[in-house]
Design a protein around this ligand. Structure first.
Ligand code: ATP
Length: 351
C-alpha cells in the first residue's frame, strides 16, 4: 500500500453555523457572475458569507493580492473569477499564477461531464483532467539573454510530479475509475516531461488495479477531437493541461459551462474551468453564468452544505434541459433569463 503523507487540515472559517469564503470577482464578466452567485445564495438561504476582495489590475504592487492571500489562508476556501495583471512593472507577474503558487495549490482538477440538454460537438463524455498547477511552463522564468534571444524555463520537479500523480491515482481509487493517461512530450523534452512520465509510472505501481497508459500531447489533441471516449482520467503537466481543458470544454459546450477546482493540502479555490476574463462580453447580459454557478456548487459540497448544493445543481440542470440557454450554447436567453429560471426552480424545490 502507498504511503500517503497525512496532512492536518486547516479548519475552514466557520462561525455560528455559517462559513466565510473569500470572493475574488476578478475582471471582465467576473463581477456580474459573482453578483448572480450572491443573489442565488441569498434566495436559497445558503449559510455562507463572502469576504469580497477586488484586485486592481493596474496596480504596480501586489498589496491587493497579498490581502487576498491572507484572506484565503484565514478562510480556507475561495471562489474566483479571472484576475488581470495589466502592470508592465518588472516583478509584477500574473496574479492568477502567483495566487496558486503562494497557496501551493498544486492540483487543478476538472470533471468534464456532458450535459444531455446541451447541443455539443461530442456526447456522453465523462473525463477527469488532473493538471499540475504550479510549475512546468508556468514557472515565469523568462529573460532576454542577448538582444533577440529569449529563454524561458520549464521547471518539472520530482516532488510536484509525485504529488499530482498521487492525487490522480487516489482520485481514481476513490471514484472507481479504471484508467489514468499521462499526457506528455517526453519524446522531445526527454528530461522534463521524461521525469513527469517516469514519476507517474512509479506511482502507478502502488495502484495495481488502475491501468496507466500515456499519450503524446499532439496525438492527444487529435484523439480528443476524434475519439474522446477513450479517456478516463488525464494526468498532465501545466500547459498541456490548459490546452486539453480547453479542447474538452469546447467539445462539451464552451467556456461558460464547466467549473474547476484548485487544490493544495490546506486551501481550495473554485473557479470556471477555462479561466477566461470574457472582457468583450462583459456588462452585456449575454455571459453564460453556469460555469461560475457550478464552481459555487462545488464549493458548497466542499464545505459540506450538501442540501443547498443539490437544490442549486438541480435548478441549473432543469434550466439547461428546458433549453433556457445563453448564445454561446446556441440558445437565445440572456444571462438574466437563465438566472430567473434557476431562481424559479429553487422556489419550486423549496416550497
Ligand atoms: P484572457 O486571457 O483575458 O482570459 P482569453 O483569451 O483567455 O482571455 P476570453 O477572450 O476571455 O479568454 O474568452 C475566450 C472566449 O470564450 C471568448 O470568446 C469569450 O467571449 C468566451 N467566454 C468566456 N467566458 C464565457 C461565458 N461565461 N459565457 C460566454 N462566453 C464566454
Amino acid at each position: 500500500t502507498p504511503t500517503i503523507k497525512k496532512v492536518m487540515p486547516i479548519p475552514k472559517a466557520h462561525y455560528g453555523g455559517r462559513h466565510t469564503v473569500t470572493l475574488l470577482p476578478g475582471a471582465g464578466i467576473g463581477p456580474e457572475l459573482m453578483g448572480y452567485v450572491k443573489e442565488i445564495f441569498k434566495y436559497a438561504g445558503v449559510p455562507v458569507d463572502f469576504e469580497e476582495i477586488d484586485i486592481d489590475p493596474n496596480a504596480d504592487n501586489n498589496d491587493d493580492l497579498n490581502y487576498a492571500i491572507t484572506s484565503i489562508r484565514r478562510n480556507g476556501v475561495a471562489l474566483k473569477g479571472n484576475i488581470e495583471t495589466r502592470s508592465k512593472e518588472v516583478g509584477v507577474l500574473s496574479r492568477n499564477v502567483a495566487l496558486r503558487n503562494q497557496l501551493d495549490l498544486y492540483v487543478n482538477a476538472l470533471h468534464c461531464v456532458s450535459y444531455p440538454g446541451v447541443n455539443s460537438r461530442q456526447k456522453n463524455i465523462d473525463v477527469v483532467i488532473v493538471r499540475q498547477n504550479t510549475e512546468g511552463e508556468y514557472a515565469m522564468l523568462e529573460h532576454e539573454s542577448v538582444g533577440g534571444v529569449v529563454e524561458s524555463m520549464k521547471v518539472i520537479t520530482k516532488s510536484n510530479s509525485e504529488r499530482v500523480a498521487r492525487y490522480a491515482f487516489e482520485y481514481a481509487r476513490r471514484n472507481n475509475r479504471k484508467k489514468v493517461t499521462t499526457i506528455h512530450k517526453a519524446n522531445i523534452m526527454k528530461l522534463s516531461d521524461g521525469l513527469f512520465l517516469e514519476t507517474s509510472r512509479r506511482v502507478a505501481k502502488d495502484y495495481p488495479e488502475i491501468i496507466l497508459n500515456d499519450m503524446i500531447i499532439d496525438n492527444t489533441c487529435m484523439q480528443l477531437v476524434s475519439n474522446p471516449h477513450q479517456f478516463d482520467i488525464m494526468l498532465t503537466t501545466n500547459l498541456y493541461g490548459a490546452i486539453v481543458s480547453n479542447v474538452i470544454c469546447g467539445l462539451l459546450g464552451g467556456a461558460g459551462l464547466l467549473a474547476g477546482k484548485n487544490y493544495g493540502d490546506h486551501f481550495t479555490i473554485f473557479e470556471p474551468a477555462t479561466r477566461n476574463t470574457g472582457a468583450s462580453i462583459a456588462g452585456k447580459n449575454i455571459a453564460n453564468p453556469i460555469a461560475m454557478l457550478n464552481a459555487a456548487v462545488d464549493m458548497l459540497r466542499h464545505l459540506g452544505h450538501k442540501n443547498h448544493a443539490v437544490i442549486i445543481q438541480s435548478a441549473i440542470n432543469k434550466t439547461i434541459n428546458a433549453g433556457i440557454q445563453t448564445k454561446d450554447l446556441g440558445g437565445t436567453a440572456t444571462s438574466r433569463e437563465v438566472i430567473d429560471n434557476i431562481l424559479k426552480c429553487i422556489k419550486t424545490a423549496q416550497s
